[in-house]
Design a protein around this ligand. Structure first.
Ligand SMILES: [Mg+2]
Length: 189
């Protein structure tokens, strides 16, 4: 066996057997307080207690942390892509750059176009799975809407919906805040 063939096998075996686990995170209503209006200004980014501590624990447990967020305010002309990146940069500053990536969908079927990126579509998650070599069976989707859970279910990750009451929630588990999410995920590993 040539050296090059051996390294080719090793590299691909690593990709097959050493997959990453990931927490997919909705943004508004999970990482920051959801306003009745759209959050696109830094001064409106309010991070609930327990979010940064939770992200630190999950990161230390070996999870990638990837945000997947619908940002239809762009399609509606309320703000621009640059505003999403500014809020993301601010959040990264606040949490010590714990987030590995951010995917957002700027489309809306009533304003611009339909898109498989828009949750409950799963294309944002599928892109991340391909790029980061993620194993869905070890991964989670955390969101506050049914469409977040549905996007997660499409790719076979475990799901937690954050809602005030369990009756409103679908998916595998319910939580009322991010601390409960962290406890649930940590209990599974
Ligand atoms: Mg949300």
């Amino acid at each position: 066996m040539s050296f090059y063939f051996f390294t080719y096998i090793l590299k691909n075996a690593t990709r097959v057997f050493m997959k990453n686990k990931c927490i997919f995170l909705d943004r508004d209503g999970v990482l920051n307080e959801d306003c009745s209006d759209y959050v696109y200004k830094i001064e409106d980014v309010a991070i609930p207690t327990g979010v940064i501590e939770g992200l630190q624990k999950l990161k230390a447990a070996g999870f990638l942390l990837i945000v997947v967020t619908n940002q239809a305010g762009i399609a509606k002309g309320l703000y621009e892509r640059a505003d999403v990146w500014k809020c993301h940069a601010y959040f990264q500053e606040q949490c010590g750059h714990l987030l590995d990536d951010l995917y957002f969908c700027p489309h809306h079927p009533d304003y611009t176009s339909r898109s498989l990126l828009r949750k409950p579509g799963s294309l944002m998650l599928e892109k991340a799975i391909a790029k980061y070599n993620i194993d869905p069976s070890q991964s989670w989707m955390i969101g506050d809407r049914h469409r977040d859970v549905e996007a997660g279910q499409r790719i076979g990750v475990k799901t937690i919906q954050i809602t005030a009451s369990a009756q409103e929630a679908i998916g595998d588990y319910h939580a009322t805040n991010f601390s409960e999410v962290t406890t649930r995920v940590m209990a599974s590993i």
